[in-house]
Write a protein that binds this ligand. Sequence first.
Ligand code: IPM
Ligand code: MG
Length: 370
Amino acid sequence: MASNKRLLVLPGDGIGPEVMTEVHRIINWFDHRRAVGFDVSEGLVGGASYDKHGTPVVDDVVDQAMQSDAVLFGAVGGPNWDGLDFSVKPERGLLRLRKDMGLFANLRPAVVFEGLIDASSLKPDLVRGLDIMILRELTGGIYFGEPRGVEEIKPGERRGINTEVYTTSEVERVGRVAFELAGKRKGFVHSVEKANVMESGQMWREDMQALRDREFPEIPIHHMYADNAAMQLVRQPKQFDVLVTSNLFGDILSDVAAMLTGSLGMLPSASLGASDATGRRLALYEPVHGSAPDIAGQGKANPIAMLLSFAMALRYSFDLPEDAELVEKAVSKLLDTGLRTDDIMGNGMTRVSTSAMGEALVTELDKLAV
Ligand code: IPM
Ligand code: MG
């Protein structure tokens, strides 16, 4: 029996706790059935942390995250905290974790399950078999750039400022992840920016091209403007394999990619740091969807993005690719049975609750593991 893996679970706000409850089922399943065990601890983040501590994440939780083999993150934010000062908004808790843990590479795979072809807003032929990887830079760009803030220029006139900023090494380290991923997939990269209007975009393009020429000459690179990329994602999504882009463009384009798969409730993500000398790498796994306050607490949330995020943890943090595939396959089988949460409901399907979906996944895991 391998030694236990340390998992920190941060359910957060809105539907975060509901979808996380379903992950616990799967963690327990692995604990009982397979040769991997988990030491699970839980903490507060986002509005839940603000309500208790007056801050969206306390130092102790950040420290625990740094000590963990992986962090599972639900979602943060909601109308209760909309009026808060920027520095203590729920989202700041997530941004601090990403920054302090150095999670610069955010992998957001958009995969279309056959059972959900009709849930996509695009024609079946455009999305059937779709498997693309959006790689979002996660610790730089306009999310963190200085100067930032709102200043008063004169009474009644303010100026709001955010800054897009990247260094060559920041571009290169996420670029390397992109080329390495592509090498294990279909083998080409689209690098996305706005080099036509932004100097930082021009530099991004040049640095990506130079990196590719120097270190990955066997991997073709295509450069694309972000507006065109948004259009191409809904026009002909299968033209992409790995799409690497900045923090802000990645945030936007991954929501677009999510809809190709039928629902935001389907898209997982992995946020990875650099490996240290021992090969250890900090990591956080979260669904791409947010806290969805409008449906929170009603048992309507789709837990699949969260469950698939756990599968990504099995693959990228625990080096258990077969177990990751097992979970992914179980999701596929589960969808074949016709069970659907609200967001992916279709003609002739059976509408079920969040927990019924989690239970059904365990049933499929049991069947696959015999
Ligand atoms: C995401 C979310 C976050 C982001 C929010 C909650 C801060 O939209 O992970 O895509 O903008 O990065
Ligand atoms: Mg987003």
